[in-house]
Design a protein around this ligand. Structure first.
Ligand code: NAP
Length: 225
């Protein structure tokens, strides 16, 4: 009996420790308002991007959601309006896999928009002034591939467990929001954040030669050299 209790205690301890490290997050505490500012979020129609869009809209920003699925974006725009009362949200079609579409998007944006204050490269690429890790978040990007590889019954067991150990989208969006709005980061660039604070970055990320190689390779892949 004592042995059994010890086993239960150890399991509870391990579960809580795991949940603490992987399933908790710090919250962006900035109360800054963004009235008159324009924010562009790639992939703002679902997941972490959507939670970020809701937050920025709540602060009064004009928010432009750039993604492929117009239907989901329209739903999100409606939801944002219901939650925040902000009706200055719009959708622009963008497929980051097609560089011609990206160029057209940039042209259209420059033609139609007067300003860009916050750019959040949430989908497709992390290339931005600062980059962030959202933590482990139960979104389509993770759940859809799992659903396709796991047998249905196993997935049904796995799904609630995974959701228990991971963050929801609002929690997952905190570091993105923090990097976008926190006043302490106004002049901070080229850094990596997680849990709403500066995070440890891999040594390779500080290797100038490797960075140059990655840049050259990316330029080549995009057909720009
Ligand atoms: N979830 C996690 O645990 C986790 C962990 C680390 C990093 N991340 C990163 O966080 C970011 C957001 O992911 P998420 O978890 O919120 O996933 P998600 O819910 O699946 O959302 C992905 C978003 O990206 C858009 N998107 C996908 N392909 C695109 C393309 N070719 N062009 C334009 N937009 C595209 C999608 O919209 P459309 O389909 O309408 O285009 C959607 O809005 C991703 O960069 C992901 O790598 C997530």
């Amino acid at each position: 009996m004592v042995c059994f209790l010890w086993i239960v205690l150890i399991i509870v301890f391990l579960v809580l420790t795991f949940k603490y490290y992987f399933g908790t997050t710090r919250w962006c505490k900035s109360t800054v308002k963004l009235n008159g500012k324009t924010a562009l979020i790639t992939g703002g129609n679902i997941g972490i991007g959507k939670a970020t869009a809701i937050d920025l809209a709540n602060r009064g920003a004009r928010v432009i959601i750039a993604s492929r699925n117009k239907e989901k974006a329209i739903q999100t725009i409606r939801e944002i309006y219901e939650k925040t009362g902000n009706d200055n949200i719009s959708f622009m079609y963008l497929d980051l896999m097609d560089l011609e579409v990206v160029r057209q998007f940039a042209k259209q944006f420059l033609k139609e928009e007067k300003r860009l204050d916050i750019l959040i490269n949430n989908s497709g690429t992390h290339v931005t002034a600062n980059s962030v890790h959202p933590g482990l978040v139960a979104t389509d990007i993770i759940m859809t591939p799992l659903k396709s590889v796991l047998p249905e019954k196993l997935y049904l067991v796995f799904d609630p467990w995974f959701r228990f150990f991971s963050l929801d989208c609002t929690a997952g969006a905190q570091t993105t929001i923090f990097a976008a709005v926190d006043e302490s980061l106004t002049t901070v660039t080229g850094k990596y954040f997680g849990h709403c604070r500066l995070a440890w970055d891999n040594k390779l990320a500080q290797d100038d030669e490797a960075c140059q190689q990655l840049w050259d390779y990316s330029m080549k892949m995009c057909g720009l050299t």
